[in-house]
Design a binder for this molecule. Sequence first.
Ligand code: RB5
Length: 145
Amino acid sequence: MKVAIGCDHGGLNLKASVKELLNALGHEVEDFGCHTADSCDYPDIAVPVANAVVSGQVDRGILICGTGIGIGIAANKIKGVRAALCHDSFSAKYSRAHNDANILTMGERVIGPGLAKDIVTIWMATDFEGGRHERRVEKIKALEK
Ligand code: RB5
């Protein structure tokens, strides 16, 4: 799959390990920054990643900041984005299976790289179940009209 990845300064180290994992899993990664530890503003990264996802330029996105919260709030302002903050593997699985989340967000200051690796592996491998969940996701999409 093609995956857009991005972070602010609070997620720089975790982005590097997630990128390595995605490459090892055989995914194609497009890195939207940031690339240094200098302080930056997470909406400036969230929006280009979100646009890459909703335009179909990539299949999915992964966004990382200190908490995973701000960058996810910003991404969810873009029409078509369903960004899910996941700090456990159960949420990661069901954000895909039931919510068809197209962006995963995590906080480097919240979880370690080992758990993040499990979360990303499960999130990337889980398909949307559709069925009754399709109807619910369609109702979310209707809210954007
Ligand atoms: C940056 O200090 C921090 O506020 C940011 O990474 C994130 O946690 C915001 O939600």
